[in-house]
Design a protein around this ligand. Structure first.
Ligand SMILES: CC(C)(COP(=O)(O)OP(=O)(O)OC[C@H]1O[C@@H](n2cnc3c(N)ncnc32)[C@H](O)[C@@H]1OP(=O)(O)O)[C@@H](O)C(=O)NCCC(=O)NCCS
Length: 253
């Protein structure tokens, strides 16, 4: 970020603190938001954004260099708050182009619906023809690898970070953070509001039931459900579809 933008934001924060503490935000809110918008406009014009300070004190220091993709991440979030983001035929290709720019890998014909959130993007890989539905959270502080023809249903959360609980000399919130990658195999369905906790691997063609919390690896062809998720079934094919044709899978969807 250009140093002047950075100090401008700091000045704005100090001003905001004064406005709130003196209970004088009423009457100044419009002016304050105009000024905040001017900083955002300059970020849009220059494409330069600050590396966000990590509010979690135990975390490693932020990278010294600005992340060039942060601008695109910010753009994605802002785009999803515009009416244009509701026009699927337009919005889905826009998000595909952003994902190809930001993610480690984004295959072809991946569908992202609105308000998908992610931490960095650079640790995410998504295979061809997968669908990430609305309000999905991909915490990619460690790697998130999603295979091909995967459906991640609305509201699902994939987490890749953990906090140690066993250092009693510090609060848990300040005891650091570790990363454990999550993998989802090809052809899986991650149900509505399901949570995949850090480190789990979901096998090939698995189904995670709605509202489940997956804390252990799930073997191929397994259906799991509940909190914590347990095996509730399995679907085994007579033949293996590991190299499915797009036609077969589109019908399944
Ligand atoms: C997981 C799911 C696919 C299972 O469907 P199913 O194979 O027809 O299974 P059944 O309904 O016969 O249920 C089998 C058992 O699992 C339990 N179960 C089903 N779904 C469950 C869930 N989400 N969480 C916990 N338990 C669940 C049932 O209560 C039943 O238990 P019981 O044998 O003790 O009675 C389905 O329940 C589900 O969650 N669907 C949501 C899928 C989704 O979110 N799709 C998004 C598409 S984008």
């Amino acid at each position: 970020m250009a140093p002047d933008s950075s100090s401008h934001l700091e000045r704005l924060l100090a001003e905001f603190s004064t406005l709130v503490q003196s209970d004088s935000l009423v009457g100044s809110a419009g002016e304050f938001l105009d000024e905040a918008n001017s900083v955002v406009a300059s970020i849009h014009d220059t494409g330069i954004v600050p590396v966000p300070l990590d509010p979690f004190k135990g975390a490693a220091a932020p990278e010294p260099e600005p992340d060039p993709d942060l601008f695109y991440t910010m753009f994605w979030r802002m785009f999803d708050r515009t009416p244009a983001s509701m026009v699927q035929a337009f919005a889905i290709p826009v998000r595909q182009m952003l994902a190809k720019r930001i993610f480690r890998h984004c295959g072809k014909d991946v569908t992202f619906h609105h308000n998908v959130l992610f931490s960095k993007g650079s640790n995410i890989s998504v295979g061809d023809n997968s669908l990430i539905n609305r309000y999905v959270m991909l915490d990619d502080r460690s790697e998130v690898t999603i295979g091909s023809f995967v459906m991640v249903a609305a509201g699902a959360t994939i987490e890749t970070h953990v906090h140690p609980f066993d250092d009693f000399s510090v609060p848990i919130a300040q005891s650091g953070r570790g990363g454990l990658p999550v993998r989802v195999g090809d052809n899986c369905v991650i149900g509505y509001n399901a949570v995949l906790t850090a480190g789990v691997t979901i096998g090939y063609r698995c189904i995670v039931g709605a509202n489940s919390v997956v804390t252990k690896d799930v073997p191929d062809y397994t259906v799991v459900g509940g909190v914590p998720a347990k095996k509730i079934g399995e679907y085994r094919p007579e033949s293996d579809y590991r190299q499915p044709s797009p036609e077969v899978n589109k019908e399944e969807r």
